[in-house]
Write a protein that binds this ligand. Sequence first.
Ligand code: PAF
Length: 299
Amino acid sequence: MKTVHTPCELVAELSHLRYECVDDAPRERLVGFVPTMGALHQGHMSLIHRMVAECDVGVVSIFVNPTQFGPGEDFERYPRTLEADLKLCEEAGVDLVYAPTVDQVYPEPFLTSVHVSGLTEDLEGAHRPGHFDGVCLVVAKLFALIRPHRAYFGEKDYQQLLIVRQLARNLDLGVEVVACPLIRDDDGLAASSRNRYLSPEERERALCLFRALTRAKELYEQGERSVERLEEAGRRVIRETPGVELDYFVVRRAGDLKPFPEGKVEGEGRVLGAIRVGETRLIDNMPLREPTIDTGTGG
Ligand code: PAF
């Protein structure tokens, strides 16, 4: 595995990895990409393992991107664990890691912005103004440099996944955005680099988000389709937990995160929540899908 720190080194290294000789002719290999901000956990590793299994060349970026953090957010204290991250990437069979500095990514003067409208205004966008512009900017730059065939994103950041897919489509970036399931720790907490901030007591309280999502999902599976009742059942679980602030807990259409027009879940839904526990902000979500009926006919 190679680690590079500048755009120039990245492009040079990739040009070697991208082509192989088959019968004396150059053949392009399938390039996979997992963008990360480091502090790798089992959620990231599930994306990385899938990329390595599915692609000929596996690239990971590690960059704590300042433009996606708002004033007063945790950019300064975000965990930076490069050495441990590189070891994990190497063990997983990654070919190339790109770990640039802020100056390499945003050389002065930096005058360009990237904005995806519609999908970015609500939920995380409403609570973290400018966050998705920062995500779209850095992802567009990484896609432009790496030109991956496939990029792997976790469903933990479900809104981000839909936005990046839209970005890739609208800018004709030629990359398939692959959605990978959210990974949970044994107690149910969604894997996140920010879980490192939680004291054991805070972690216990943070689990109310998982319980609230589970409650809404159970009710849905029992036949409840009223968005209001599903949301209220989840919000109650969070409100009953002391020391937790609720940012949002909503049921939306899975495809575009818009509210269901009649207030009834029809087709695939997604229940999404965000809470604050002490200084830490956490997000999580679950799918609401009609159970598939097993006819027992096999195949
Ligand atoms: O999901 C993340 O870790 C970040 O938003 C990403 C996609 C690496 C961009 O900085």
